[in-house]
Design a protein around this ligand. Structure first.
Ligand SMILES: Cc1ncc(COP(=O)(O)O)c(C=O)c1O
Length: 340
């Protein structure tokens, strides 16, 4: 079975496991876990922020800034298909207490002008827009740096914060070849995951100013995620940041190869220009997503159904030979299989 459902399915390699096994550990709630301290310093310096905090998941890395910079009586402006609205169990409302305003976009990329038209201020009966959230990459699409700079300027002019859900931030960096610090500078806070394409088993890093991270430590504890000897996990992250960023280029090249193969079929429908990184979304005419999933499953390919599309995500577990096999399978699929 070739598993293209997500890059979250990646398994720690032997070398990563060895690094984890011999990690120095301590009680992180007392800041005494040397591996976590090292990972947090490394992450902050790589994205040009003052500090970072290790959190167990990308979802928590988003929830903490929503809680601190959103909060009750306030609202966060984001794309209507953003992960924080669609895939985090409503924690933006139920835990952060913030009203999420989902702005419809064609491909997930917000722009300053559209955001500005949604900003609310200055009336006793309106929630205050205090936060803008951008997801980079979103559906594998990278944010243009210029768009992020315009959003940053807009946020400054309204005294709002920007949070970047950079679950796949390093895919964006590798694909655009832009300076990670310059991308991250357009957001006050940003989260990147180590447990997706980078291949570590657990975790994300939430990065921001020292003042923000101090508050974040307290909110993380409130959420029950003050971790103790979690340096074993952090060591996987250190290994991932040291060894697995450049290789994301392989995942992107492989995704493009699959995309080109899909494009030659009579049945796959998608815009190849949207394949910037390791993710391909496509639909099949007159076929619902669960049927598409079923057809691929019969051909030993696992994909992920989302709405009326399915998603293929290339990842560390698949090499060039696997991709060649996947392409051969795609070429062999007859359009009629989707209707039978
Ligand atoms: C864009 C995006 N943000 C956040 C997350 C949440 O990460 P986690 O599953 O570690 O909570 C994901 C997970 O797939 C994601 O794709």
């Amino acid at each position: 079975m070739y598993d293209l459902r997500s890059d979250t399915i990646t398994l720690p390699t032997k070398a990563m496991r060895e690094a984890m096994a011999y990690a120095e550990v301590g009680d992180d709630v007392y800041h005494e876990d040397e591996s976590i301290n090292k990972l947090e310093q490394m992450a902050a310096s790589m994205v040009g922020k003052e500090e970072s905090i290790f959190v167990p998941s990308g979802s928590m890395g988003n929830l903490i800034p929503l809680y601190i910079n959103g909060g009750r009586g306030n609202e966060v402006l984001c794309d209507s298909n953003s992960h924080i609205i669609q895939h985090e169990v409503g924690s933006v409302a139920s835990i952060a207490g913030t009203l999420a305003i989902g702005i419809p976009t064609e491909k997930g990329i917000l722009d300053a002008q559209t955001i500005e038209s949604h900003i609310k201020r200055g009336s006793y009966d309106l929630a205050t827009s205090t936060l803008i959230e951008v997801e980079n990459t979103i559906g594998g699409i990278t944010y243009p740096l210029q768009t992020l700079k315009e959003i940053r300027e807009l946020a400054d002019s309204y005294d709002m914060s920007v949070h970047m859900d950079g679950a796949r931030f390093w895919n964006a960096v590798v694909a655009t070849k832009e300076d990670p610090k310059e991308i991250a500078a357009q957001a006050d806070t940003m989260t990147f995951c180590i447990s997706k394409g980078l291949g570590a088993p657990v975790g994300a890093l939430l990065c921001g100013t020292s003042q923000f991270i101090e508050k974040a430590r307290s909110v993380r504890k409130m959420l029950g995620a003050g971790m103790r000897q979690a340096g074993i996990l952090a060591a996987g992250g250190i290994y991932a940041l040291t060894h697995n960023i450049e290789r994301l280029e392989d995942d992107h090249r492989r995704a493009m190869k699959i995309a080109q193969t899909l494009k030659k079929t009579t049945w796959a429908q998608f815009d190849i220009e949207d394949v910037h990184t390791n993710i391909i979304f496509f639909s099949v005419k007159h076929t619902n997503a669960s049927k598409i999933e079923q057809v691929f499953e019969q051909h030993d390919i696992r994909c992920f159904a989302m709405g009326d599309c399915v998603r293929f995500v290339t990842n560390l577990n698949l090499d060039d030979d696997d991709i060649d096999q996947i392409c051969t399978i795609i070429e062999s699929i007859d359009e009629k299989e989707f209707t039978s």
